[in-house]
Write a protein that binds this ligand. Sequence first.
Ligand code: ADP
Ligand code: ZN
Ligand code: ZN
Length: 796
Amino acid sequence: MSQKIAQVIVDVPTMQTDKPFSYRIPEELADLIQIGMRVHVPFGRGNRLMQGFIVGFADEKESGGQELKSIAEVLDFDPVLNREQLTLADAMRETVFSYKISILKAMLPNLLNSSYDKILTTEDKAIAKQYFGAEQALHFSSLDESKQALMMKLHRDGKIAVQYVAQSKESIKTKKRLALADENKLKTLAIAVRAKKRLALQDFLQTQNQIGERAWDYTDLVKLYSRDVVKFFVSEGILTLSEVEISRTQGYFDTIAPDEHKVLNPEQEAAYQAIISSQEKPFLLEGVTGSGKTEVYLQVIAHAISQGKTAIMLVPEISLTPLMTNRFIARFGEHVAIMHSGLSDGEKYDEWRKIMSGKAKVVVGARSAIFAPLHNIGAIIIDEEHETSYKQDSNPRYHARDVAIWRAKYHGAALVLGSATPSLETRARAQQNVYQLLHLTQRASAQAEIPEVKILDMRKHLNDKSASFSEVLLDKISEKIAKGEQVVLMLNRRGYSSFIMCRDCGFVPECSNCDISLTLHMDTKTLNCHYCGHTTGIPHTCPNCQSKKIRYYGSGTQKVEEELSELIPEARILRMDVDTTKKKGAHERILSSFGAGEADILLGTQMIAKGLDFPNVTLVGVINADTALNLPDFRSSERTFQLLTQVAGRAGRADKKGEVLIQTFNPDHYAIRLAQAHDYEGFYQLEMDFRRKLNYPPYFYTVQLVISHQDEEKVVKKSYEIMALLKANLSEKARVLGPIPKPIARTHNLYHYQLLIKYRFEKNLEQALNQVLDLTQVPDNKKLRIIIDNEPQNFM
Ligand code: ADP
Ligand code: ZN
Ligand code: ZN
């Protein structure tokens, strides 16, 4: 087999480049290049060096005899993408309308998509002597080409280890290491008898050498023998000092106490048995909040591991708190890799490497963890499967659930979708037996009962003292605080934001690039645009009428916090929202402080609705249940129902009985009524009715197209062209709605129009949409932006 030609997907996300290009493999790289490695290749007329992925090989004759460019450089010592991932990318290309290169890059830790260097180390003494000299490690970039190729060969033979390091120093955590460089000199070095510490270190190093230890932590040796003594051995050339990268999460695992399996209750046991005995179809584990779904997940994963397999556990980003991850570490210890957005690029890379090396058997993470390069997967679990954060809202717009279905099939793994409030799509599939439905109807912990939920009609409870709180809720809060119990208060922040307004003329400053008012940020004393990031100072006089009466309308939570501390001065309040959780680790600090009883009230946005498990919380108050109901999105009832059910589930999780108070101006709305009754199944029936009547998902599939341009006339014109193109290509049964302006019609100085395709079966859909994607490549459309969103989760 002659492997002379490599097929490379180049990092240029356009339609013309959305296919492999052929490159000649230079002689010296011939037996080093493998599928799934990254390379640098000259591209385009200017032959600029671009990064690319090797996705296949071809024979010389297949290339049509034309003169090919050569690969300039191989970037990896081992493939960074495996065959499964490349096959998956092919499959995703067909349903996620974005270019192959974006899909491939989404599968890798960021560090590998940015600038980095490779550090080489060896344990082999002969090689160390020959190539490393006095160095502990070599920087790959500092070697000449022939040496680089040689190092790759040595690596292939297992003689050299490789680590990637980010070139920006702050993302690397290093420690100083000392290594034995000259054994003979160590033995023969004459040290004066009174230099006791020097003698002691000499003795130590010799005995260590005898048991095969040749490297030590610098700080350890300094602590034992002093800095000067260590320095002396370094200056004599006996020890060499170097800095090595260390895993940033090391040590964390030791602080978590191990935890034993719980004995499953009969419902849990039935679910568990079903899951481990068949991989035929995915499971929907529908279980009320606190019913012990997580315990089922843990045991399903343990079962996979006992079979020598691995597992992926997806949780929504927001619930990926230490509270949550510790439950997995407590069971599976060092076998757990955690992947979430709070980690630095370096930390993510460490976790990725732990997975690549086979050390990690369980990956716990948010959306992108679904790409974890595990082999032999036995179980994939998606907790809170209804969460919209599983759908990526930038390219590639994949849904983690779809990727999970694909991978579970590929590995013959069990797939579990868990939720107290499954998405209608998922629940409907279970109805049709595409998924197997499993129910947990009781709370798991013996004494915990489902909390009682009261609805307060705010039309009747308008309170003179406060705009946000009814007397009933205030009294309840005081009562709980007096008993030493804790309260969670949720403010539904969607559609609620802080801004400034001129008292005289009513002027509200808007973003100059977007049709939206600027949001007031008291912490930085600025006005920010939440869409494009535009920031300005707070004006002292009104730009419209020059009045000095600028009024601040404080953010939902901030304002409510102030109000609350006036109404109940003795309450200790913790606030959790985007402003208070910006800093790394702030989220955890607030939660652990609340858990430790340092506050009576946790006041927050949707953030607090999920995953909190505090036994002392006996009251949950929802300050405004309504705001999400009025949004122009057909899922607004579903979202409201899910949110209220989730937040209500935070009350009474242990032996103390929980109460929930929901303040609303729509007390008769079915989403609120049914959340009160904890009646998911009832909600499902009603909502399905409504969706059927209006031809919405899950009865119909949807694809949203967003067409954007600086020039509004042009967007409208192009939108109609695209609509015509779609109509010409799709069957009569498909409906193409629009074009209409997006609810926020202009952001980033671009006008946005949307089209919505509703369909049931369309065999030409993929081809038609690819044709639309092609449109952006026409020179006349250079400035046109088209987003194709398959099964959009948001219509705002
Ligand atoms: P969910 O994930 O459904 O919200 P959890 O798994 O967090 O529920 O369980 C809720 C509480 O019940 C936790 O404190 C958990 O430790 C406890 N629990 C779960 N299963 C059992 C069991 N079989 N026996 C005793 N306690 C359990
Ligand atoms: Zn004014
Ligand atoms: Zn803006």
